[in-house]
Design a protein around this ligand. Structure first.
Ligand SMILES: C[S@@+](CC[C@H](N)C(=O)[O-])C[C@H]1O[C@@H](n2cnc3c(N)ncnc32)[C@H](O)[C@@H]1O
Length: 256
């Protein structure tokens, strides 16, 4: 395991983000001001929320308004879900296992006047969603660092950083495609901090096919981290027009 994949380091980042000096009541991101509640993942330190906006093409002026229904699993402060609503999605569900994140997303939906189309839901992955609901885009910016199977969370915020034994990843990869409308996309934001081979094993075992549809490399506190948007579909289903390449085991070569 490389140093950037260390779950102990990720837990340290989680503790660091809890320091009062790192938790302003509001923060600016991509030209908008956002509320931040205690125990909720703070986008201002990690840079990953902006990466997700970029990977989804939700940064800057939207060329073509988005259509349809958008589900964000693990919404945190709700930056991605609210930005999706502002970009044109007509129905947005922002859900999180952390009840404070659900409140935080609702606050930010109110702040940006999209309460008519953003619904914040307290849910462990898909568990509390009405069974008949279907979506055109589903995204989870996951806690992609793998912790040991028997690790017990010390705080709610740690759930934003690590996934013990990839138990939540297994459920997401298995269940997400079931919640799609025809032609929809189930997406996972993953990175080289995660266990890519482990994710592949989960896909094999659950009958899923993984495909990277975009990548973005950033330097995060001295670590070079490759971020990727992974499309998850049932094996044998045809790939979308957005398809780029199969998810590689290990990392893609870094530019010299
Ligand atoms: C890396 S954070 C991303 C937060 C937010 N989407 C952002 O980009 O700023 C991961 C989020 O997933 C949530 N999460 C972790 N396990 C979950 C689960 N089983 N069900 C729903 N949300 C979960 C965490 O609480 C956290 O808010």
């Amino acid at each position: 395991m490389s140093e950037i994949q260390s779950y102990l380091r990720s837990l340290e980042r989680s503790r660091d983000s809890m320091r009062p000096e790192n938790r302003p009541a509001t923060f600016w991101l991509r030209g908008r001001q956002w509320a931040l509640l205690d125990t909720v993942f703070a986008p201002l330190h990690a840079g990953t929320t902006e990466v997700v906006l970029d990977l989804l093409g939700l940064s800057g002026p939207v060329q073509q308004p988005r259509r349809g229904a958008f589900l964000e699993i693990g919404c945190g402060t709700g930056v991605v879900a609210v930005t999706a609503a502002l970009a044109g999605y007509s129905r947005v569900v922002a859900s999180d296992v952390n009840a404070d994140a659900v409140k935080n997303a609702a606050l930010n939906a109110r702040r940006h006047k999209v309460t008519d189309r953003v619904h914040a839901v307290h849910s462990d992955l898909f568990e509390a969603l009405p069974t008949g609901q279907r979506f055109d885009t589903i995204i989870w910016s996951s806690p992609y660092v793998r912790a040991p199977e028997d690790y017990r969370f010390g705080t709610l915020l740690e759930r934003a950083y690590v996934d013990p034994g990839y138990q939540a990843h297994r459920r997401y990869v298995d269940e997400a495609p079931h919640w799609l409308n025809d032609g929809g996309r189930a997406l996972l934001h993953f990175s080289s901090r995660g266990d890519i081979d482990g994710l592949h094993r989960i896909a094999e075992e659950t009958g899923r096919h993984l495909q990277v549809i975009s990548r973005h490399t950033i330097v995060d506190r001295g670590d070079t981290v490759e971020h990727m948007l992974v499309d998850i579909r049932a094996r044998g289903e045809s790939a979308t027009a957005h398809t780029e390449e199969p998810l590689q085991h290990g990392l893609s070569p870094q530019p010299a």
